[in-house]
Write a protein that binds this ligand. Structure first.
Ligand SMILES: [Zn+2]
Ligand SMILES: [Zn+2]
Length: 212
């Protein structure tokens, strides 16, 4: 069974998700936002081994805790990111614009692509490529659990900003329409910021995208 432990960390109050298969105790961190030692301590308390770091996108507030997690692990976790966000990753996640100079941690060595299945014990995460907020943004859908980790694509009542370098409102709207609004209405959306919501709730009441 998939277990999910959420955290809200760092200067942008970013949600990080520690996820694990309860049988194998293999775990991944989706967006190790900040304060990696906090996420690491929780994994250790539960006897989970962090084997993967999966990034919805490379903004600094979603990767700022990666170095602290990786520094404490041997073997190193495998880091996965869409190739379109590698430039942003190398630029420290754009933190300089906001006055943050982060250590981005180990280099991503696994490239996400549309339709890829990420395995964590018996759980399967489907990668959906959702550019718009950044050019390499991806979300991770777990059909068996009815949850989707959607980063900064869509939030409860809002959407990811499209005023930063590499962003596009047209792409963001298209990504939400084709990759989120095609999921079952009851699917839980676990976003990069703010509370969780569902596909049905956002289709009905999100003022930015309810007319898609
Ligand atoms: Zn972002
Ligand atoms: Zn964010």
């Amino acid at each position: 069974m998939l277990e999910i432990v959420p955290f809200t960390l760092g200067p942008a109050q970013t949600n990080a998700y520690l996820v694990a298969d309860s049988e194998t105790k293999e775990s991944a961190v989706i967006d190790p936002a900040w304060d990696g030692q906090v996420i690491l301590a929780e994994a250790q308390k539960r006897g989970w081994r962090i084997a993967h770091l999966w990034y919805t996108h490379a903004h600094f507030d979603h990767i700022g805790g990666a170095a602290a997690i990786a520094d404490a692990l041997n073997p190193l976790p495998l880091v996965a990111l869409h190739p379109n966000d590698h430039v942003l990753w190398r630029a420290g996640g754009g933190g300089a614009l906001f006055g943050f100079d982060i250590d981005p941690g180990p280099e991503p060595t696994i490239d996400f692509h549309q339709g890829q299945i990420l395995r964590l014990g018996s759980a399967g995460f489907e990668v959906r490529f959702t550019p718009g907020h950044t050019s390499g943004h991806c979300i991770f859908y777990v059909p068996a659990s009815g949850v989707c980790f959607c980063g900064d694509l869509i939030f409860a009542g809002s959407v990811g900003r499209t005023d930063l370098p590499g962003a596009s409102w047209e792409q963001l709207a298209e990504s939400i329409k084709t990759q989120v609004f095609t999921l079952p209405d009851e699917t839980r959306l676990l976003s990069g910021h703010g509370p969780e919501t569902t596909v049905g709730e956002e289709k009905m009441s999100n003022p930015f995208v309810s007319d898609l």
